[in-house]
Design a protein around this ligand. Sequence first.
Ligand SMILES: [Zn+2]
Ligand SMILES: [Zn+2]
Length: 287
Amino acid sequence: MKISFYGVRGSVSVSGQQFVKYGGNTSCVHVELDCGKHLIFDAGTGLKDLGNVLIKTDQPIYLLLSHHHWDHIQGFPFFAPIHFAKSDLNLLMPAVSENEVFPLLQQMGGRTFPLNYQDLPAQIKTIGLVENSNYDFLTSTRLSTLALNHPGSGLAYKLEAEGVTLAYVTDNELFPPHAPINHYDEWVKFLHGVDVLIHDAQYVDEDMPHKCGWGHSTIRQVIKLAQDAEVKNLALFHHDHERTDDQLDAIAKECDTLLHNNNNLTHSFCTYQGLSLILDKNGLSSV
Ligand SMILES: [Zn+2]
Ligand SMILES: [Zn+2]
């Protein structure tokens, strides 16, 4: 599979000279399976650019939403395929109650966006997902869910396909100040041995305790998780909106040192907008 990062920023999109290298778009990761089908994790502002690529596809598109916070849904109204009748879109999201509209769609309701989601020409199917479940919505793939430790809740995803495993876990606070929905040990179990873990790494130690309870993890905590779960590749994701290119370069170096000092086999890297990787049975490699 090919994994491409269209947005790696957390909370709000940013622009400016200090953010050129890692990019300013919010959460959006594209996975193209070898069979040609398209999966997308989250609909942050990065989804707009991805839409310009996927407008050419005649394959179904599966959008998997972690949760409905703004930085994960704001790209949806600008996703070109929703405006064309030929598009086959499957929206897989944390389930809502019976009479509730998915906030991803509700944002297109006239008040907060000029177009109404009910008028979109694309064929759109919505599917509500729940925690601790397995889904086989695509042939030869398996999707597992675990509830995020995050205000407003949400889902972490583990995708098993083509003999490899990819986990997408954002936004997630590994050690919240209150009782977590899933304890640290549950995360270690859920993520054990995955080939690639994309995890929220929004904060550094200096952000605590001020931002404790805001629903995100520190980089040091995520590194510990990757080591304990024997993850092969850790992709640091959902960078804080204030974090500059220089600071992220320093973080990437520090992570390398931390993992190296512990004699660990986990490889880590800071994701950036525009990064594309191939994951197959031979491991992870650059495109
Ligand atoms: Zn977020
Ligand atoms: Zn969030």
